[in-house]
Design a protein around this ligand. Structure first.
Ligand SMILES: Nc1nc2c(ncn2[C@@H]2O[C@H](COP(=O)(O)OP(=O)(O)OP(=O)(O)O)[C@@H](O)[C@H]2O)c(=O)[nH]1
Ligand SMILES: [Mg+2]
Length: 321
């Protein structure tokens, strides 16, 4: 999705890179003075054009945030900060325009003069002014470099039928994802192991035709108001809000997760209120160590109990989407 964004250099790297491009340039002329003049002009030109091409490619290859699917817009705001991202892109564009303007104003004095000392002095002046413009946006370049790394690591999401797994931390969401799909998110015995959403797929052959459904593992949620939620939890809410056609809610009645059933039940009620129009499948995991009489489907990611029946139920709902 965001693979075309180039990696972003710092101001110093950009300037060094652009200078390096000029080093090998040498224009030959029988007249020594002309030779020097043409070489200085060609080098300055290459320095500026390399710089402008880089700055332009940064701005052009960043996606227009407002045109992205809502889920990506929300995740960008959570993980990067949309306002700061827009400001940084604006600053880079300002630098590009300002460099181009400075150069277009100075280029005449380079071409018109016959005085070599003056020419070299002018070239130095242009390099100095341009360098200070680029250095002014160094912090913006740094911000974009970090944003680019985050964006490139984003999973690809399609708009096909999607089930989103939700529940308290440590209840076995990622373990279930590993059972139901080919994706292999990390599983560990502490809360908030999963820090971002993971995308996997479930497949089914219907009359010789392969059908693919999306399954999404999310970070754990605590039962608390949205504004108190941390950036990890907010990603789970964004997945539920923008991607889910079906919510698969997992309880851990063994409470080995560290969370009481009461808390988990409150969370389910909260999520049901947030998404009243979505279908839910509610399961109790860790049936190998705790059995209840609640009547919810019991599964165990450890022994595999109930997993195939659950797969069947998920597919039968997604198939109708
Ligand atoms: N006994 C038992 N343990 C399980 C079962 N499923 C998961 N676990 C264990 O529960 C712990 C948490 O599992 P995860 O799959 O990482 O849980 P999670 O909900 O993804 O956790 P977060 O990503 O932190 O929200 C791990 O130690 C798992 O081995 C199960 O069916 N039975
Ligand atoms: Mg997890």
């Amino acid at each position: 999705m965001f693979k075309s964004i180039p990696s972003i250099s710092s101001a110093k790297q950009l300037l060094d890179q652009s200078i390096r491009q000029t080093k090998k340039i040498k224009i030959h002329d029988r007249d020594k003075r002309y030779e020097i003049k043409k070489t200085v002009i060609a080098r300055t030109d290459r320095f500026i054009s390399t710089l402008l091409a880089n700055l332009e490619s940064y701005v052009k290859n960043f996606p227009s945030i407002d045109k992205l699917p809502l889920f990506y817009q929300e995740i960008i705001d959570i993980k990067i900060d949309t306002n700061k991202l827009k400001k940084s892109l604006g600053a880079i564009d300002w630098a590009r325009k300002t460099v181009a303007m400075v150069y277009s104003r100075q280029i005449n004095s380079l071409t018109k003069t016959g005085n070599i000392e003056f020419l070299k002095q002018k070239q130095k002046e242009i390099y100095g002014r341009v360098s200070s413009i680029v250095k002014q946006v160094d912090k913006n370049l740094l911000f974009l470099a970090n944003a680019q790394k985050i964006l490139r690591a984003f999973p690809n999401i399609d708009d096909g039928p999607t089930v989103v797994i939700a529940g308290y931390p440590n209840v076995g969401k990622s373990s279930l994802m590993r059972k139901l799909s080919t994706a292999k998110p990390e599983v560990a015995q502490y809360p908030f192991t999963t820090k971002q959403i993971f995308v996997g797929h479930m497949q089914e052959i219907v009359r010789y035709e392969k059908k693919k459904y999306q399954i999404i593992d999310t970070p754990g949620l605590l039962d608390r108001p949205l504004k108190e939620r941390n950036t990890i939890e907010r990603q789970a809410i964004a997945a539920l809000r923008f991607l889910a056609d079906l919510i698969l809610f997992i309880f851990d009645p063994s409470e080995t997760s560290g969370y009481l059933m009461d808390e988990q039940t409150y969370l389910l009620d909260t999520i049901k209120k947030l998404f009243p129009d979505l279908p839910f499948i509610i399961v109790e995991n860790k049936a190998d160590i705790q059995k209840t009489t609640s009547g919810y489907r019991r599964i165990s990611c450890t022994t595999g109990e109930g997993i195939e029946e659950l797969r069947h139920e998920i597919l039968s709902i997604l198939k109708k989407m």
